[in-house]
Design a protein around this ligand. Structure first.
Ligand SMILES: *Cc1c(COP(=O)(O)O)cnc(C)c1O
Length: 361
């Protein structure tokens, strides 16, 4: 028996994740592989967060707090946000999915940057949306073109700031100018997964009083080093939050995730350590790549987009044999570009040395 899902589900393409280290070591027979592919935190997680997670394991026979009281309280105090504006998610991927579930009807239009984060497309298409892909302007999200693309059928627009996979940045002023052009009936979701790494750091949630249709998304997966725990949040108008809380699963965030994230917010020292490493190593990588004759684009995130001026798929594959996992951008429509997550000091040197070797320099 074959049961068919709706056509829009059949059209979905599966998410392609970065290669796990264990898979590479198994398939390529290399040891001590280095993963610089998924923009994870190379340092690890805050020791305070790990301790809090461990402690929470003693209580995992109970359901987690469905209201996420402690974590919401902590976020609210730390960033001075109304508690009613915060929705917790099983990663910020969950907030993306909740927005689509709550606000996107079949045949609505959802506007996304192209290339961009795959989850916008997958979650929107899962609700039967028509995807409108707005090409980047070189490496920048073309918010002017996105504003022009918005029409009566549009229910949702996704913006990534800093952008993945390019690392480009939209200033607060530019974001406001954009919001002024968008109907208040259209939700604008600003994905700030990498904001902690930005030079011109700002919190777009400061604008939600002025723009009740703006939703900020943040995650603990990157700067806080908790990708495996699955925890993120959205900040939005309390009316929107109330709707998302109706459609979310009551226990979408686990007990260790809630407790770990709480403790992570207390560990400013760890966050600063992570940020300093990224700033320092960004310089090293940029200079080394320049010397080798490659173009490294300026980045506001913890990864670098590199123009290799030759097939990125080939270099990616050859780097695998050296035990270095990166991300070829060919499937994003950039056949010569590689995205490199900034790693530990030794990992970055290994990358440069390996790249030099496989590129025959
Ligand atoms: C990594 C990343 C996220 C984080 O997703 P989580 O579900 O919170 O792990 C969100 N958006 C973008 C663009 C990312 O690159």
């Amino acid at each position: 028996m074959k049961i068919d899902p709706p056509d829009y589900i059949k059209k979905l393409k599966p998410y392609v994740a970065g290669k796990p280290i264990e898979e590479l070591e198994r398939e390529y027979g290399v040891k001590n592989a280095v993963k610089l592919a998924s923009n994870e935190n190379p340092i690890g997680a805050s020791p305070l967060a790990i301790k809090a997670c461990q402690k929470s394991l003693l209580k995992i026979n109970r359901y987690p707090d469905s209201s996420g009281h402690d974590l919401i309280n902590k976020i609210s105090l730390k960033f001075n946000i109304d508690k009613r504006s915060i929705v917790l998610g099983n990663g910020s991927d969950d907030i993306i999915a909740l927005l689509c579930k709550a606000y996107v009807r079949p045949d609505d239009r959802v506007i996304i940057p192209d290339p961009g984060f795959l989850m916008y497309e997958i979650s929107s298409m899962s609700e039967g949306a028509d995807i409108v892909k707005v090409p980047l302007d070189k490496i920048d999200i073309d918010i002017d073109a996105m504003a022009k693309a918005a029409d009566d059928k549009t229910s949702l627009i996704f913006i990534t700031n800093p952008n993945n996979p390019t690392g480009s940045f939209i200033s607060k002023k530019r974001l406001k100018e954009f919001m002024d052009k968008i109907s208040k009936k259209v939700i604008v979701a600003v994905d700030e997964a990498y904001m902690e790494f930005a030079n011109d750091y700002f919190c777009s949630w400061e604008l939600i009083d002025q723009y009740p249709n703006l939703v900020t998304m943040r995650t603990f997966s990157k700067a806080y080093g908790l990708a495996g725990l699955r925890i993120g949040y959205g900040v939005m108008n309390p009316d929107v939050a109330e709707i998302l809380n109706r459609v979310r699963q009551p226990f979408n965030t686990s007990l260790p995730a809630q407790d770990g994230a709480c403790a992570a917010l207390d560990d400013d020292e760890f966050l600063v350590k992570v940020q300093s490493l990224v700033i320092k190593e960004k310089e090293y990588l940029k200079n080394s790549l320049d010397e080798l004759g490659f173009k490294a684009f300026d980045t506001s995130a913890n990864f670098i987009l590199i123009d290799l001026k030759r097939s990125a798929d080939e270099i990616f594959e050859k780097l695998l044999y050296k035990g270095v996992i990166t991300r070829s951008m060919s499937s994003y429509g950039f056949p010569n570009y590689l995205r490199l997550s900034i790693g530990l000091v030794d990992e970055n040197r290994l990358f440069i040395k390996s790249l030099k070797g496989v590129a025959g320099l």
